[in-house]
Write a protein that binds this ligand. Structure first.
Ligand SMILES: N[C@@H](CCC(=O)N[C@@H](CS)C(=O)NCC(=O)O)C(=O)O
Length: 337
């Protein structure tokens, strides 16, 4: 065997051994929603939040904690959209072996799944919590129904007809494509190696390679956007009807609730990803347009959403708007005009 081949073999064996050890250190597993009282994490404050500036579900938690007035320690975690795969690093996998944000931690015990986290927080926040999550059965049923509709549950690319929250990943695809353009390709490697759901890094990497302008040419991606768009249209029709029927200003009438906490982040993502004109611009769905304006007037929107907007999002949103302006065919393909 030549020296060169020997060195190559030794390097291959060393890399393989490193990967095996590292995989063991970064053990991943799906985690059920709700409180995990059996897991204990180091903590400084009664409430702690692991979250990402851009993530839809993280925003929901930030709005919720702001509305409840719950003081908490903040642990920002990068996702590849905002720069790196910190969510599959050892430190974060010890917090959530599923590698997903947000994670709410109460007295050192983690709670998983954002729709469960907001309910848990409200239940432990006294009178303000009872405001957001009413105890009277009729109001409670309304809040639970509309909270569920806005939640992102299970496979992020499925069940778009059942939940507005599940339409969000598909509708964010064009924005993902412009955002990940700014992320160096080598940063995806950590995701390919260690992400518990390899489809996620592969999908985002494919969007990076493809670029936003070529998206409509890829039939499965175009179909995903179309299905998410059409289903979201139906969810927003139902939301508009609810607001008109109950007289607003909020989903549970004069009571601002967890349902509104869940919807503000859905509508905010539609604005970020340049869908607001399509869904409620030009006099369409006036009840939704007015509801959105009211939501943006609440301090929680400024504090938990606007103040947290990251550079990758601002650049990606600008590039998406430019691409749609310069290429009316792209706008027509995405918006179905
Ligand atoms: N159903 C979960 C969804 C959690 C989720 O998918 N989080 C995304 C951000 S919104 C995430 O952590 N993605 C990381 C990745 O895909 O690498 C919840 O509501 O908390």
């Amino acid at each position: 065997m030549s020296v060169g081949l020997g060195v190559l073999l030794a390097a291959g064996v060393a890399l393989g051994a490193w990967y095996v050890v590292e995989r063991r250190r970064r053990r991943t597993s799906p985690m059920a929603g709700g409180l995990h009282a059996d897991r204990s994490l180091p903590h400084q404050k009664e409430w702690e939040l692991y979250h990402n500036s851009f993530s839809l579900c993280s925003k929901k938690l930030r709005v919720c904690l702001a509305e409840l007035g719950l003081d908490h320690a903040s642990h920002p975690i990068d996702l590849i959209e905002t720069g790196s795969y910190e969510n599959v690093g050892r430190r974060f996998l010890a917090v959530n072996p599923a590698g997903l944000v947000p994670v709410l931690v109460h007295r050192g015990h983690p709670i998983y799944e954002s729709h469960e986290e907001i309910v848990y927080a409200a239940r432990h926040a006294g009178d303000r919590g009872r405001e957001l999550l009413p105890e009277e059965p009729e109001a409670r049923a309304v809040v639970e129904h509309w909270t569920d509709l806005a939640s992102l549950v299970g496979d992020p690319l499925a069940a778009t007809a059942q939940r507005a929250g599940n339409c969000i990943p598909g509708l964010t695809v064009p924005l993902f494509a412009t955002m990940v353009r700014y992320i160096p390709a080598r940063r995806f490697l950590e995701g390919f190696l260690f992400h518990p759901d390899k489809r996620r890094p592969l999908f985002l990497f494919a969007l990076k390679v493809l670029g936003v302008r070529r998206l409509p040419r890829v039939t499965p991606v175009r179909r995903l956007v179309e299905r998410s768009r059409d289903d979201m249209g139906r969810h927003l029709d139902a939301l508009g009807e609810r607001l008109e029927k109950c007289g607003g200003p909020w989903i549970a009438r004069e009571r601002f609730s967890l349902a509104d906490v869940s919807w503000v982040v859905v509508l905010d993502r539609l604005v970020e990803a340049d869908w607001d004109g399509h869904f409620w611009g030009g006099g369409r769905r006036p009840a939704v347009a007015a509801y959105w304006r009211r939501l943006t007037e609440r301090p929680s929107h400024g504090q938990a959403i606007v103040a947290e907007r990251c550079r990758e999002l601002l650049d990606g949103a600008r590039d998406l708007a430019t691409a749609k302006r310069e290429d009316p065919g792209l706008r027509a393909a995405l918006e179905g005009a």
